[in-house]
Design a protein around this ligand. Structure first.
Ligand code: MSP
Length: 533
């Protein structure tokens, strides 16, 4: 078995520029992926772009471009954004790629052949902004529709629908029986409440090609294209298929004609996967999404998977939304946080640290520039930065840069912290991991204050006591360089190098042997330059 720990993010709509919300979600997934790698698990981390739909078609038209030219231009910027965030993703999916489209069509063919879809005419109010029909429940008390729906028109349209209703009880039972499936708990309760109080409406899976042609054609009726969710959600399995995941591939080919099968395989084989490099990815271990797309992931997606005969992901991990200064992020009002500008000014790790430390996965958060600056000064520059700088400077100054032989006086604290951080990483409690690490940093800074190594250094009779302190501090710094690596890998590597260890020493799965007596430090420099505000 070659199963990898498989972590995914929502794929972002390609129209528009990346913002704090997109960055936050991708950093969460990256930390989860990096933590698992440090724990010695093979990992596959997928992120990417959702490129079809009416908005893209219209935005391209407005710029006088074809949709595919428009998407290619923006995809480049989004890929650069992923690099800017330091993401360690193993693949980057674009829903316009042949490898994805082939899988979507194969699944549609199969589900159609098995009678999972039906066609019907629907007349109702259609929101051009969210690209879907509204129901009576979407009306405000005064009978109008929320302005967020944009222009609402009356429309009569024939479309294909996916049968959901018959699976409602099964899904409730599944969620009840698998408490970790939707996390955190309030989101699970929200979905259970929704399922208990509403009868599921079947899911519309198409749009007439005459109205929207920027989509994947339905293989069984070319007058229609696939509506975005039946296209976008499938990225989570199309990429495993492209990498040769046998479970997903067998679900795809079971109902295909020889011709369809040949077409599918030729698209997938354009990918690097060979039988030897084939890997097993599905089911995903964790799918990170924002609260607004919970229903798609916790209701429609599980039912689609069940229809395909595939297992459900182990966890849907739902984060909250960021605001800035207590207001919704909005390009039109200028209330935005540009992650790229923050990273350029403060450094990538300051950004990554702040979003994970400030906002637990679940509730909504509020970005303030003052809050960001104050955490940077207090926790990074003063807390971690000071500890490392003063510890290593003392070893340089008092012991010529060589770690002395001594007793590890904080061994119990380090070991307890390590156990807590590992448990947090395994449970995706990333903020708690940073809190446990922050407690160790505070403890070590107090230890310096209490033991006063600066004073001891003046008295040769205290050399043995000073050795213990310096050795202890070197060990604490080394532990921090490993424990912090998933969240702030650049800083962790710098710390390791300053300690004289190769940068690749971030292994959480086993405790490192004690630092050898006489081990030589590298060059030291401040990890977080102090900023004048
Ligand atoms: N394309 C769909 C997802 C398809 S997944 C098969 C989509 N795209 S999106 O660009 O609108 O949003 C991408 C992710 O960013 C979502 O998980 C969404 O919740 C998240 N965020 C968008 N704005 C956000 C904030 N203000 N704060 C935090 N996350 C937010 O939905």
């Amino acid at each position: 078995m070659n199963k990898r720990f498989y972590v995914t993010t929502a794929i972002d709509y390609v129209n528009g520029q990346p913002h704090l919300g997109h960055a936050y979600e991708k950093v969460i997934a990256d930390v989860v992926a990096r933590a698992r790698r440090c724990l010695g698990e093979p990992v596959f981390f997928l992120t990417g772009l959702d490129e079809h739909g009416q908005k893209v078609q219209l935005a391209a038209q407005a710029e006088g471009k074809t949709p595919s030219e428009y998407c290619d231009g923006l995809a480049l910027a989004w890929r650069q954004f992923a690099q800017k965030l330091g993401l360690s993703n193993d693949d980057f999916v674009r829903t316009t790629e042949p490898r994805h489209k082939a899988v979507v069509q194969a699944i549609l063919s199969r589900l159609h052949a098995e009678g999972r879809f039906y066609k019907k005419t629907h007349r109702g109010f259609y929101s051009t902004t969210v690209e879907s029909f509204l129901t009576e429940k979407d009306r405000l008390p005064d009978g109008s529709f929320d302005p967020a729906y944009g222009k609402v028109i009356e429309l009569e349209e024939e479309n294909y629908y996916f049968k959901l209703r018959e699976h409602q009880q099964w899904l409730m039972d599944y969620i009840e029986a698998n408490p970790a499936f939707i996390a955190p708990e309030p989101r699970r309760n929200e979905i259970l409440g929704f399922l208990k109080n509403n009868e599921l409406e079947d899911l519309c899976i198409s749009r007439p090609a005459a109205r929207l042609n920027w989509g994947i054609p339905l293989p069984f009726d070319p007058l229609f294209v696939t509506y975005v969710w039946f296209d976008a959600l499938l990225n989570y399995i199309s990429i495993p298929a492209a990498h040769g995941d046998a479970g997903v591939l067998s679900a795809l080919v079971s109902q295909l004609t020889a011709e369809e099968n040949g077409r599918l395989l030729s698209c997938l084989h354009s990918q690097p996967a060979t039988p030897q490099s084939a890997i097993e990815l599905w089911p995903a271990d964790v799918q990170v999404i924002g609260k607004d797309i919970l229903k798609f992931h916790a209701v429609f997606w599980p039912i689609m998977l069940k229809a395909m005969g595939l297992p459900l992901p182990r966890q849907i991990l739902v984060h909250g939304w960021w605001q800035k200064d207590g207001e919704k992020l909005s390009k039109s009002t200028g209330n935005v946080v540009d992650p790229v500008a923050v990273i350029d000014e403060w450094g990538l790790d300051a950004f990554r640290y702040y979003v994970i430390r400030e906002l637990d996965i679940g509730p909504d958060g509020n970005w303030t520039d003052a809050g960001f600056r104050s955490r940077y000064q207090a926790e990074l520059a003063n807390g971690l930065g000071n500890l490392v700088n003063s510890s290593l400077s003392m070893i340089k100054r008092y012991r010529a840069g060589r770690v002395p032989h001594g007793a590890h006086q904080l061994a119990a604290e380090v070991s307890e912290c390590r156990a807590r951080v590992l448990a947090c990483y395994r449970d995706h409690r990333l903020q708690d991991a940073l809190l446990a690490i922050a407690a160790l940093i505070t403890r070590a800074n107090q230890y310096i204050d209490q033991t006063s190594p600066f004073k001891l250094a003046k008295d040769p009779a205290q050399a043995a006591r000073l050795d213990d302190i310096l050795y202890t501090l070197a060990e604490v710094c080394r532990a921090l360089g490993v424990l912090l690596w998933p969240v702030i890998p650049g800083t962790a590597e710098k710390l390791q190098r300053q300690l004289g260890f190769p940068a690749a020493a971030a292994n959480l799965s086993e405790q490192a042997p004690p630092i050898a007596t006489g081990h030589e430090l590298g060059d030291i420099f401040p990890l977080f330059p102090r900023k004048e505000s």
